[in-house]
Design a protein around this ligand. Structure first.
Ligand code: PL3
Ligand code: FE2
Ligand code: FE2
Length: 234
C-alpha cells in the first residue's frame, strides 16, 4: 500500500505554496458557501418558527458575518475560492433543506442546519484553528463561538418538542447523515493538505453530533443506532 505523506503541522505548512493555495481554493469556497447557505436557511427557519423569528434573523446575520470573515481569509492568502465547486458540494444537503422547507417540515430543516451543518462546522473549525495562518486563526476562533450558539438553538427547540418530533429527527438523520460522511470523504485530501486529518474531523463531528442528540433526549442505544445508520449507507 502506498504510504501517505505525514499530515503537515504548523511547523511544516507553507501557507504561500501552490499546493496549499490550491487546496485552500476549495476548502475556503466550501466554508464561504456553507456560511452563505446557513444565512439563507436561518431566514427560512424564521418564517417557519414565527415566535422565534427575531432570534433566527440574528443568527442569519451572524452567518453573513462569518461568510465575510472567511472571504477575507481567502483574500489574505491571495486565493480565489472555487465557488462553483462549493455550490455543487452542498447540492444534496441544500436540496433536502429546500424540500423540507417547501413541505413546512421544520424538524428536518433544524436537523439539517442546526444539528448536522453546525456540528460539521464546529468540528472543521476546531481542527483548523491550531493549523491556520494567524489571520484566519483569529477569524475562525470568533466564528466557532457563534456556531455553538446555533447548535444550541436547534438542540433546545427539538428538546422542548421531543416526544412529538423524535421519529422525524430519526428520519431526517437517516436521510442526511450519509450525505455528510460522503462530504467528509470528498474534502479529506484537501483538508489533509491544510494540516487537518480526516480521522480527527470524523471524531470531532461524531462527538459534537452525538452530544447534541443526547441533549435533545435520545438514549445511548438510539444514538449508537443513528450514528451507524449514516455510516452503513455511506
Ligand atoms: C454554518 O454556520 C457553517 C457552515 C459551514 C460548513 C463548513 C464545513 C467545512 C468543511 C471543510 C473542512 C475544512 C475547514 C477549514 C476551515 C477554513
Ligand atoms: Fe456560521
Ligand atoms: Fe452557524
Amino acid at each position: 500500500m502506498p504510504q501517505l505523506a505525514a499530515v503537515p503541522t504548523l511547523d511544516t505548512l507553507d501557507f504561500h505554496s501552490d499546493t496549499y493555495k490550491d487546496a485552500y481554493s476549495r476548502i475556503n469556497a466550501i466554508v464561504i458557501e456553507g456560511e452563505m447557505e446557513a444565512r439563507e436557511n436561518y431566514v427560512h427557519l424564521g418564517e417557519m418558527i414565527p415566535d422565534r423569528k427575531d432570534e433566527l434573523l440574528k443568527l442569519s446575520k451572524m452567518e453573513g458575518r462569518h461568510m465575510k470573515g472567511f472571504q477575507a481569509c481567502g483574500r489574505n492568502l491571495k486565493v480565489t475560492p472555487d465557488m462553483e465547486f462549493a455550490r455543487e458540494y452542498f447540492t444534496q444537503l441544500h436540496g433536502n433543506f429546500q424540500e423540507a422547507f417547501a413541505n413546512g417540515d421544520v424538524v428536518t430543516c433544524l436537523v439539517i442546519q442546526s444539528l448536522i451543518i453546525e456540528c460539521f462546522a464546529i468540528a472543521a473549525y476546531n481542527i483548523y484553528i491550531p493549523v491556520a495562518d494567524p489571520f484566519a486563526r483569529k477569524i475562525t476562533e470568533g466564528v466557532v463561538e457563534d456556531e455553538y450558539m446555533h447548535l444550541n438553538f436547534g438542540e433546545e427547540w427539538l428538546k422542548a418538542n421531543f416526544e412529538d418530533v423524535k421519529d422525524r429527527i430519526d428520519a431526517a438523520n437517516r436521510q442526511n447523515l450519509p450525505i455528510v460522511w460522503k462530504m467528509l470523504d470528498r474534502v479529506a485530501d484537501d483538508a489533509r493538505t491544510l494540516g487537518m486529518p480526516k480521522e480527527e474531523l470524523i471524531e470531532d463531528f461524531s462527538i459534537a453530533y452525538s452530544e447534541a442528540l443526547e441533549n435533545i433526549g435520545f438514549k445511548t442505544r438510539d444514538i449508537m443506532k443513528m450514528m451507524t445508520y449514516g455510516l452503513r449507507a455511506a
